[in-house]
Ligand binder design. Sequence first.
Ligand SMILES: *[C@@H]1O[C@H](CO)[C@@H](O)[C@H](O)[C@H]1NC(C)=O
Ligand SMILES: *[C@@H]1O[C@H](CO)[C@@H](O)[C@H](O)[C@H]1NC(C)=O
Ligand SMILES: *[C@@H]1O[C@H](CO)[C@@H](O)[C@H](O)[C@H]1NC(C)=O
Ligand SMILES: *[C@@H]1O[C@H](CO)[C@@H](O)[C@H](O)[C@H]1NC(C)=O
Ligand SMILES: *[C@@H]1O[C@H](CO)[C@@H](O)[C@H](O)[C@H]1NC(C)=O
Length: 185
Amino acid sequence: MATTLLLFCILASLFLISHAQTCSNYTFSSNRAFTSCTDLPHLQAHLHWNYIPSTGKLEIAYRANQTSNGWVAWAINPTDTGMVGSQALVAFQNANGTMTVYPTPITSYSPSMLPGTLSFQVSNISAEYSNKEMMIFADVGPLDNGTVVNLVWQAGSSVTNNVPQVHSMSMPNLHSMGALNFLSD
Ligand SMILES: *[C@@H]1O[C@H](CO)[C@@H](O)[C@H](O)[C@H]1NC(C)=O
Ligand SMILES: *[C@@H]1O[C@H](CO)[C@@H](O)[C@H](O)[C@H]1NC(C)=O
Ligand SMILES: *[C@@H]1O[C@H](CO)[C@@H](O)[C@H](O)[C@H]1NC(C)=O
Ligand SMILES: *[C@@H]1O[C@H](CO)[C@@H](O)[C@H](O)[C@H]1NC(C)=O
Ligand SMILES: *[C@@H]1O[C@H](CO)[C@@H](O)[C@H](O)[C@H]1NC(C)=O
């Protein structure tokens, strides 16, 4: 009983992500629709998703304020709460106006940011840039540890030779993480 209570308190304290929603009235172009969303508390970012219980997969859309020169990334960290260990999807705009998007595992504080393989499945990945927001769409999962995950998201102002460059070390960039229950929002 005491252990259950302790676990509950720990989980409750991890639910850092605000439930204030301006995302719920957002309409995507094309025919994309998501049943759930949350406004992430930093970097003017929003996560939209559909959870498919039969497969354990999530269809996600991550969108965040960004200039055409910058990059955005969204990640699940299956083993920790911060940057290292994050299983990320990163997107940026090419000089010709098309978007590049790919998975990249964050293995250290100076990751390669090059395309790689994540610890969970990723399919149907794409990205768009519109209305000063970069958007990443993907199907992810199933996630071995269920629907409560540590999210990490990030943004940087420059991309050099198709490699996203180090992000700012200011407060929003260091606080852009938190736990989310995909079933509760
Ligand atoms: C959604 O709602 C918020 C606040 O209620 C508002 O500021 C925003 O303009 C709305 N967005 C759209 C796309 O209607
Ligand atoms: C959106 O991003 C741009 C470019 O990084 C930045 O200049 C601007 O301040 C951001 N908007 C807000 C409201 O933070
Ligand atoms: C599940 O959680 C355990 C304990 O935090 C962690 O070691 C493991 O890597 C996680 N597995 C996946 C696939 O997320
Ligand atoms: C745009 O640039 C990217 C990156 O250099 C390249 O992979 C892609 O083929 C280009 N697309 C077009 C339509 O030129
Ligand atoms: C890929 O995503 C698009 C847009 O959400 C969707 O219409 C399409 O059915 C998806 N394809 C697969 C194979 O899941």
